[in-house]
Design a protein around this ligand. Structure first.
Ligand code: ATP
Ligand code: MG
Length: 399
């Protein structure tokens, strides 16, 4: 018989005499939206982040201003919380292990560790029976010299700490590959074959400690300069059978990890019709932000439910949805001085929902917020999104 799953009821008084509390490592926008959802359910929330101006810290009931490896900070987080999650996959696995000694931690340190290293992650995809891009692991001059020429042109990616396209260099020849590895300071890397993409998609699943598994529909993603720009659901540009295949693969990946919490798996749909997995994120994901307005339950509520051992309802999409990411560049459309974009005009459009993350300073390339558009049909959502993008000065020809 499976071990009973502990349930942390919202609003319940715990043995420590405080209300049931959920904690999150990391104070960025994902932590902030998690806190909003958890508080709506009735939980008290604590955030650990060294930045005094962190977006999640600003809305949490308790903001512990400490580094991820600060022992006193982690001890306070464990004391103040009944269950703890992370909004950031590069949090040291050791921090999660320390917390897991006394508290419920989801996802587990071991699952997060798999997502922290592209080489380990790809090995996991293979184990789960899911196809990924042809690649080679490069950790030494000998491995560099032995790279199969068929992998070129390719993308050299650092095995650890990459995000938003950072830590990646495109290479065409063996000589460029050698230079790129030096440029990346000879850290362990993965060279991936540059694949002819027809489209990109992702699938978000949530799995409970009891093994119950639910998923959101496949999401079509458009990246600009390595950063997610647009997500559209339903994924109009991707055949239904490819979407079904992606959903099955994402569920398989989560099962094979015995994962608990929300997991996002990103895929490439190739020119020849093949589906390959790109990478995964052990947390709610930017491509799932549309669920806040287009679905019966958001990815953040599912994360809170999974962490607390509450039931995970099968998400039901109730509106065609399109999300536009809002980068700091929007604040600099008319010159060097930051100007607030015309939100009043954008919000006059039907079905628009603005989510700003409370970041004090707009910087180019910085994720400041997102705009969700929900409508009765995909065509209507698309038409409103084009109008919103035009008002904001965003490109419109590519989605
Ligand atoms: P994030 O964590 O923000 O999703 P990342 O820095 O981990 O991004 P990847 O997801 O590996 O980066 O790559 C970013 C984008 O670069 C992909 O979404 C895709 O558009 C492109 N890309 C990455 N790898 C390949 C590949 N092998 N072939 C073609 N395009 C690729
Ligand atoms: Mg990615």
């Amino acid at each position: 018989m499976a071990a009973p799953t502990a349930v942390l009821l919202p609003g319940a008084q715990t043995a420590d005499g405080r209300p049931a509390t959920l904690g999150v490592l990391g104070g960025g926008q994902l932590g902030r939206m998690f806190v909003h959802a958890a508080q709506a359910l009735g939980y008290r929330c604590a955030v650990l982040d060294a930045d005094p101006a962190s977006p999640a810290g600003a809305v949490a009931d308790l903001h512990i201003r400490a580094d991820y490896l600060d022992e006193a900070g982690l001890a306070q987080l464990a004391r103040e919380c009944d269950a703890i999650t992370t909004e950031f996959e590069n949090v040291p696995a050791q921090a999660l292990q320390t917390l897991a000694a006394s508290r419920v931690v989801a996802p587990a340190a071991a699952a997060v560790a798999v997502c922290q290293d592209r080489a380990v992650e790809k090995a996991h995809f293979l184990k789960a029976g899911v196809e990924c891009a042809p690649h080679a692991v490069i950790t030494s001059e000998a491995e560099l010299a032995a790279v199969d020429a068929a992998l070129l042109p390719g993308i050299l990616k650092t095995a650890r700490m990459g995000y938003d396209g950072k830590g990646q260099v495109r290479v065409r020849t063996a000589a460029e590959l050698a230079d790129a590895w030096v440029q990346l300071q000879r850290v362990p890397c993965v060279l991936e074959q540059l694949l002819p993409l027809q489209a990109e998609l992702s699938v978000i699943v949530a799995r409970g400690a009891d093994g119950g598994l639910v998923n959101f529909p496949a999401q079509q993603n458009l990246h600009r300069d390595g950063i997610l720009a647009v997500t559209e659901v339903p994924a109009r540009g991707i055949p239904a059978e490819v979407q079904t295949q992606a959903v099955a693969a994402a569920r398989q990946v989560a099962q094979a990890l015995a994962y608990v919490g929300v997991l996002c798996v990103e895929f490439f749909w190739l020119a020849d019709g093949q589906l390959v997995v790109n990478e995964m994120a052990p947390r709610p994901h930017n491509s799932g932000h549309w669920t806040m307005n287009g679905c019966s339950v958001s990815q953040f509520e599912l994360q809170a439910r999974a962490l607390a051992g509450l039931p995970l309802p099968e998400p039901r999409q109730h509106s065609a949805s399109l999300m536009l990411n809002l980068l700091g560049d929007l604040w600099f459309r008319s010159g060097d001085a930051a100007r607030t974009p015309p939100w009043d005009q954008v919000l006059a459009l039907p079905g628009t929902h603005l989510h700003l993350y409370g970041k004090l300073e707009a910087r180019r390339g910085r994720k400041m917020g997102h705009l969700n558009v929900s409508a009765a049909t995909p065509e209507a959502a698309h038409a409103v999104a084009v109008q919103a993008a035009t008002l904001l000065g965003l490109p419109t020809g590519d989605f």
